[in-house]
Structures are given as C-alpha cells and as structure tokens.
Design a protein around this ligand. Structure first.
Ligand SMILES: CC(C)(COP(=O)(O)OP(=O)(O)OC[C@H]1O[C@@H](n2cnc3c(N)ncnc32)[C@H](O)[C@@H]1OP(=O)(O)O)[C@@H](O)C(=O)NCCC(=O)NCCS
Length: 284
C-alpha cells in the first residue's frame, strides 16, 4: 500500500513556487532511482560544509545504494528542484528529505526503541536526512517538504510523525517546532557520540499541556557564541524525562520553552465541532 502510494505520485509534482530570496522557480516532487546522483551531490556539498564547521555529526550520510534500496522497499525521497534561469540551464536539486515508513527497527534507523511513541511501527512515519543546499537556505524549503510528508502520512493512516535530530542542531529542530512538533525525548548515538533529541507530531490526536505557571520553564540552551551550555543540556534531558516537552525556541535569545505534558486528547473532527453560531445563518 505504501509503495503503491508513492508510485502513484512519483511522476507528479507536489508543489511549485518561487524562492523567497531569489524569486527563482522551484518544483517539489517525489524522486526516482534515476535522480539519485543529484542527491549524492547535494549530500557531498552539505557534508563538506558541515565538516568545515565541525558539525558533520548533524547527518548520517547515506550511500546511493541505500537510497536505491529505500525507494525499492516502498519508502520515498522528496526533492526540491530549482529551475535554471534559461531553458538550457539544468535544474538543480536544492533540497531533499527521506520519508521512511519503517517495518523494522533497522529501517527506522533509531537505536533506542524506547523513544518510539508507539510499539506498532506501522503507525509511524519518519523523516530523515533533510538537506538544503547552502545556496538555497532561508527559503523555508524544509517546511515545504515537511508539509507533504505530514499530508501523506496522515492520508496513509499513520498516527505519529517523528524525527531524530542532534541537540545542537537548532537550525533543524527549530523548524520542526515551527511546524507544530514537540521535542519529547533525548538520546545518545554511540556510533558518532552525538547527543540527540526526538521531535514528534501526533497526527490523529493532540497533546494536552499543563496551564500551571510552574509547569512552564525557560532554559537558555546556547551561549553568545552558539555553544551548548552543558548544564542547560542536562536540565533539558532531566525535564524531558519528567514529561516536559519543548514547544518553542526564541532564535534571538536562544531560550527554549518547556511545558509539562499532562495527557492527550483526540483531534476534533468537523462532525465533532460545535456549530459556529456566527456562520450558522450566513447564506451559502
Ligand atoms: C536544517 C536545514 C534543512 C534548514 O534549512 P532551511 O529550510 O533553508 O531553513 P529555513 O528556511 O527555515 O531557515 C531559517 C533561517 O535560518 C537560517 N539557516 C538555516 N539553516 C542554517 C544553517 N545550517 N546555518 C546557519 N543558518 C541557517 C536561514 O538562512 C534562515 O535565515 P534568514 O531568515 O535570516 O535568511 C538546513 O539548515 C540544513 O540543510 N542543514 C544541514 C543539514 C542538517 O542539519 N539537516 C538536518 C538533519 S535532521
């Protein structure tokens, strides 16, 4: 069913528009096996840039073979192609994102199964290896691709959209927070020693949060030079263990906002919503 879904869509475009910064035209679409060399070039570029910044732990590089198998096994790669200025100029892959509907923990790519929000892997959709080329950052391309991921995951009956992100990668987890995700757990990857957080957006229910003022806590996670404050990191992990979630990040002051999660409730469907008294008498 998953494979069929992606195959049906694989030739069509998901979305198109103009880049916020340059006005160049872009197309978001599912990628196929013949596109994968573009993904490799994009990954090399992003990885080299991350290495220079000492941040290569932000992504776990994938091989072409891995991506080929991923597609063959019914998962998907969403790509954003920027149109050339002239018809002779080739389109460039500006961004991509992997969508995994895991059948096994190996496919999930998450070492610690205790962080999964559901024992039933069939209910989970994972985004991984989100990459935006430096030339095209700041155009909300991650959000564009994420919108498609959330839409299809919901259509496919998934209950949870999740992703694993390095805790010092504010550029990534802050976009998830902007899109309504919560950081709900932390972890550690023994493969490269990186400290992680997990982001989660339930697709068929919502979290309930305490309104008590003492249940909302602000923590300054980074210092003026952008380095993680170790004590703040420990506090973050401690509060996540106690059931707090990170719901917001102030990019200027570098504060995260944590609130105690006190439960869940089903999402309101249209039939369940009470009639809107203002609109009730309006002509159709
Ligand atoms: C995380 C990432 C995909 C987000 O890219 P994006 O969709 O372009 O981000 P946004 O458009 O929301 O950018 C918002 C702002 O943050 C800035 N920004 C985004 N990523 C940045 C980065 N890695 N370093 C510095 N600034 C960054 C943008 O320039 C923009 O600033 P502006 O509004 O002043 O122009 C991108 O940073 C990236 O590819 N990082 C490297 C790979 C990575 O870490 N992937 C995530 C793995 S989970």
């Amino acid at each position: 069913m998953v494979r069929k879904h992606f195959e049906t869509h694989s030739q069509g475009k998901i979305n198109n528009g103009q880049l916020i910064k340059s006005g160049l035209h872009y197309v978001v679409r599912y990628m196929n096996a013949t596109d994968l060399h573009h993904s490799m070039e994009l990954q090399d570029h992003v990885m080299n840039a991350l290495k220079k910044l000492g941040k290569s732990h932000y992504i776990i590089p994938k091989t072409k073979n891995y991506l080929r198998k991923l597609l063959a096994n019914g998962h998907a790669v969403i790509g954003t192609f920027v149109k050339g200025n002239t018809p002779s100029e080739p389109d460039r892959l500006a961004a991509h994102m992997l969508i995994v509907y895991p059948q096994t923990m190996k496919e999930a790519g998450i070492g610690d199964s205790s962080v999964l929000p559901d024992k039933d892997l069939d209910k989970i959709a994972i985004a991984a290896n989100v990459l935006v080329h430096q030339d095209f950052r700041g155009n909300k391309l991650m959000q564009q691709m994420m919108a498609e991921w959330l839409k299809i995951a919901k259509e496919d009956g998934k209950s949870h959209a999740i992703a694993e992100v390095c805790v010092d990668n504010e550029f990534s987890w802050s976009v998830f927070l902007d899109c309504g995700f919560a950081i709900y757990a932390s972890g550690h990857d023994p493969r490269d020693g990186s400290d992680l957080v997990y982001v989660h957006k339930p697709l068929d229910y919502e979290f309930l949060y305490s309104a008590r003022p003492e249940d909302t806590i602000k923590i300054r996670l980074f210092d003026d030079y952008g380095h993680m404050n170790k004590q703040a990191h420990r506090r973050l992990n401690n509060l996540l263990e106690k059931g707090f979630h990170v719901l917001d990040f102030d990019r200027t002051t570098k504060h995260i906002l944590m609130t105690r999660c006190i439960g869940t409730k089903p999402l309101k469907t249209l039939e369940q919503s009470p009639p809107d008294p203002v609109n009730d008498n309006k002509p159709r």
